[in-house]
Write a protein that binds this ligand. Structure first.
Ligand SMILES: NC(=O)c1ccc[n+]([C@@H]2O[C@H](COP(=O)([O-])OP(=O)(O)OC[C@H]3O[C@@H](n4cnc5c(N)ncnc54)[C@H](OP(=O)(O)O)[C@@H]3O)[C@@H](O)[C@H]2O)c1
Length: 297
């Protein structure tokens, strides 16, 4: 039996892979769900599962006290939301934006929402679509705490863990950007490594178990170095940056010997060499954070 009563209703705007997963999880939990997408046709399977397809975004918003929007970026969510009919329909209701973008876009959207008496929470989803509706899903949200608490029971239908990161509306996007920075930089390294390995006659399948081993080293390092970075200690006792820089230059040379672009690693090597030149060669690699942070203004 559903834990959600007849009064529980949600609208989902945006039916890409993630929007469809969100709407599907609400439906599975027994929440009355209205859906809309810019391009029609994506709602068919959801309607077959009990969703109501709205004829317009404004009609969709008017159907529920809570609207969740999840589209490609904030240019797209602006295109959907900042139309007079949609903005009018949102007035006095709650909007949760689970679209990924920058902290500043979250802040400007919150200012727009405030101007139009729309209660606003900003969020991000840190796990892929198959996780939605399961304990593996990870949602981060920011904005007014009372608003988060009011809507959390319904949002919990999406499964997984939901963390309210604070009242600064840009905070969820700030975490999202930082985490995606880790993800895409790692994926870029992985893609590059496979190209160099292939040039040396090593297949991706052959490398995979060892690649997984290298990947597994990272999570404990994230925890260990967090203290170094926050406390400014940067201990390099076990792996000083002078040693790290040497292995980076091997990657550059091996790549370029095969004509493979090594500009990503050249950038990282350059940063590490600058740290050494500044007299911090015995520090650990994360001293680079300090170098980069000094560029912030
Ligand atoms: N997929 C994942 O595993 C995943 C994981 C975590 C976070 N996310 C985030 O979730 C959000 C949605 O991702 P997604 O996987 O559903 O696919 P997506 O390709 O990022 O977004 C597709 C959705 O955006 C809509 N859209 C694009 N441009 C638009 C515009 N100008 N006006 C109105 N709607 C527009 C599309 O509508 P049309 O159908 O009309 O083109 C569709 O509904 C993104 O911010 C993504 O970063 C996704």
């Amino acid at each position: 039996m559903s834990t959600y009563d007849d009064q529980s209703a949600v609208t989902v705007l945006g039916l890409g892979p993630m929007g469809r997963a969100l709407a599907g999880a609400f439906l599975d939990a027994g929440v009355r769900t209205t859906v809309w997408n810019r391009t029609p046709g994506r709602e068919a399977d959801l309607v077959a599962r009990g969703a109501t397809a709205a004829g317009s975004a404004a009609e969709a918003v008017a159907a529920s006290p809570l609207t969740v929007v999840c589209v490609v970026n904030y240019d797209a969510s602006d295109a959907v939301l900042r139309r007079d009919d949609v903005t009018d329909a949102l007035k006095g209701r709650t909007l949760v934006n689970l679209t990924a973008d920058t902290p500043n876009r979250a802040r400007s959207t919150a200012a727009w929402a405030d101007e139009h008496a729309i209660a606003y929470l900003d969020g991000a989803i840190m796990t892929p679509t198959p996780s939605i509706g399961t304990p593996d899903a990870v949602f981060i949200l920011s904005g007014p705490k009372d608003l988060y608490e009011r809507h959390h029971p319904l949002l919990a239908a999406l499964g997984g863990t939901h963390t309210h990161l604070g009242e600064d509306i840009g905070r969820a996007a700030a975490y999202d950007i930082a985490l995606l920075d880790i993800f895409w930089t790692a994926m870029a390294g992985y893609a590059h490594a496979l190209a160099v390995a292939r040039a040396e006659g090593v297949t991706a399948r052959e490398l995979a178990p060892f690649a997984q081993g290298i990947g597994a080293i990272l999570p404990p390092l994230f925890a260990e170095f967090a203290g170094d970075v926050d406390d400014g200690t940067y201990s390099g006792e076990l792996n000083p940056i002078t040693s790290a820089v040497s292995t980076m230059s091997h990657i550059v040379h091996a790549s370029e010997s095969h004509g493979i672009d090594a500009s990503l690693m050249r950038v990282v090597e350059g940063q590490a060499r600058r740290v050494v030149a500044e007299g911090h060669g015995s520090d650990g690699f994360v001293r680079v954070t300090d170098l980069l942070a000094r560029q912030a203004h």
